[in-house]
Design a protein around this ligand. Structure first.
Ligand code: CO
Ligand code: CO
Length: 318
């Protein structure tokens, strides 16, 4: 998540800090790559079990986004010393159940006392080296597939301010808590090489990371981008997290919007996603097979743009 991490290089370090990838990848043997990532954050929902599940799904996603399978996980947690311990136990249970669903093992962790609760995982995964999916592997003409709708940051901001109720946004919460495992399996089986997941930098930020790492430009087709119901209207009323405005400011000189794309729609494309979907760069000859396998597996997806020569992002109506 840091843009300015000190970078190491080593002949066996396949992916380090330079390309803003989802995880580091180290070649253990010629047949086996080790994938490591960590992510944690403050609660975005009141239900402690659901928070734990969402935070774990989010952390596991960075292994899936790299084409890997999660193997082991460690809890990373902060919890107020005076708070009811049973709440904390519910958070950990939500995380543990999600790790189990992913087929990985929870092997320990570390907790500190802090006024603001935080939870997430450090996850270790593996992949065959040739299965690794990286930001730098997109190619000209690749179609961009997105597997979860946008708007999660905006809707959870509305949740905090009481403009929506948890009960009203069940599909959004369910999407956040769902693993990207099935989409990742299809991506690897079909031989996709470029991709990431959409998280804190918003769709624009993560598409840009892929474009920049691959020395390409991206084109996004706004009307084809899946958005959670209600999120556009909230964005129109300027209900959005500070991170959405920061992301959009960061992207100002890197993205050009068609005049039809309204200001609130631009903000939506910069909305930080918690546990967002996979963004796959699918070569055109593979697109039909990827579509068929995602449909067979019951994974929702949309084709939202393509990679082309140049630099930066163009957002067009369609
Ligand atoms: Co990621
Ligand atoms: Co990440």
């Amino acid at each position: 998540m840091l843009r300015d991490v000190p970078c190491f290089s080593h002949p066996r370090l396949l992916i380090g800090g330079e390309t803003n990838d989802d995880a580091g990848v180290f070649l253990l043997t010629d047949e086996l790559a080790l994938i490591q990532t960590v992510d944690f954050f403050t609660p975005m929902v009141d239900d402690p079990y659901l928070f734990g599940a969402i935070a774990a799904a989010n952390a596991l996603s960075d292994i899936y986004a790299m084409g890997g399978r999660p193997l082991t996980a460690l809890n990373v947690a902060a919890f107020p010393a005076e708070e009811d311990k049973s709440l904390f136990a519910r958070v950990l249970q939500g995380g543990a159940d999600k790790v189990r669903e992913a087929g990985a093992l929870l092997v320990g962790g570390h907790t500190i006392a802090d006024d603001e609760p935080k939870y997430g995982l450090a996850v270790t995964g593996t992949a065959r080296p040739e299965e690794i999916i990286a930001n730098a592997n997109a190619a000209e003409g690749d179609l961009l597939f997105l597997t979860k709708p946008l708007g999660v940051g905006i809707i959870t901001t509305a949740l905090k301010s009481g403009e929506v109720e948890e009960a009203d946004i069940a599909p959004v919460l369910q999407a956040m808590a769902s693993l990207n495992n099935t989409a990742a399996r299809v991506m690897v089986e079909c031989g996709v090489k470029g991709g990431t997941d959409v998280t804190g930098f918003g769709l624009l930020g993560h598409v840009y990371e892929v474009a920049a790492a691959s020395s390409l430009a991206a084109e996004l087709w706004y009307t084809l981008i899946p958005i959670h119901p209600g999120a556009e209207e909230l964005a129109r009323r300027k209900v959005a997290p500070g991170g959405a405005y920061r992301n959009l400011r960061y992207m100002r000189d890197k993205v050009s919007f068609a005049p039809q794309i309204a200001e609130h729609q631009r903000l939506l494309l910069a909305d930080p996603q918690t546990s967002g979907g996979l963004l796959m760069c699918v070569p055109k000859p593979l697109a039909g097979r990827v579509e068929g396998e995602l449909e067979n597996a019951g994974v929702d997806y949309a084709i939202i743009g393509k990679m082309r020569s140049g630099s930066g992002i163009d957002v067009l109506p369609a």
